[in-house]
Design a protein around this ligand. Structure first.
Ligand code: MG
Ligand code: ZN
Length: 217
């Protein structure tokens, strides 16, 4: 079997496993957060999920190659988190989520999956989610959407994070949004800062809208 065949087989197997998961997530809104390392996914989740914890049944699956640091941070807010260590793998697969769900149970309104920091292969692995939420920080360069168009094509929403740093970095917000919309006109765009609180209410409202949409589907 050539490399291309091996990859196709892995993706095919993942796809059927994700379909089984999606079936089990009938009443659970599932959001898959993707980004480069250090974009602030965990920080956004810490700030937003704390608004939900008394209102919804929710849990977080944290993916990292090593450590339980992010799961520990989420648990510190009072939200249940399950850490998956992927070892050498640079993305989560449906089978990782399946294992996490065996611990967390499917009786949830909201499941957040924080993927391994990587804008490339997580775009190819369906985890049974309703939407991929892309996070990009202002320290990363405004041309990321055209450098990693595959991810931006499969994403549903796009958060530009760390707007508090805009006075200090070369990052053109309008240009970045233009690039992102050029790749995927349907993207819902947010601007956020965990330091100033900008945009966090809007992100929370977006997530609540997604929960309601899933319930009424
Ligand atoms: Mg993180
Ligand atoms: Zn990978």
């Amino acid at each position: 079997m050539g490399m291309v065949d091996v990859k196709a087989k892995i993706l095919e197997k993942n796809y059927s496993k994700a379909a089984v998961l999606r079936d089990k997530f009938k009443n659970t809104c599932v959001l898959n957060f993707v980004s480069s390392p250090g974009s602030g996914k965990t920080s956004i989740l810490e700030k937003v999920l704390v608004m939900f914890k008394d209102k919804y049944k929710l849990a977080v699956v944290e993916g990292d190659q090593q450590t339980t640091n992010d799961a520990d941070r989420i648990e510190a807010t009072g939200v249940t988190a399950y850490q998956v260590n992927t070892g050498r793998a640079c993305h989560l697969e449906a089978t990782d989520v399946e294992k996490a769900m065996a611990e967390l149970g499917y009786d949830l309104d909201l499941l957040i999956i924080e993927n391994v920091g990587n804008l490339v292969c997580p775009s190819q692995f369906d985890l049974g989610e309703d939407a991929k939420v892309i996070v990009l920080s202002t320290t990363e360069g405004d041309d990321k959407p055209i450098k990693y168009p595959v991810m931006f094509r499969v994403g549903s929403s796009f958060i530009i994070n760390k707007t508090d740093l805009l006075p200090y970095v070369e990052f053109d917000v309008d240009k970045c949004i233009g690039y992102a919309k050029g790749v995927n006109p349907e993207l819902e765009v947010f601007q956020a800062s965990c330091k100033t609180g900008e945009g966090l209410e809007e992100i929370a409202a977006y997530i609540e809208g997604m929960i309601a949409k899933k319930k009424n589907a």
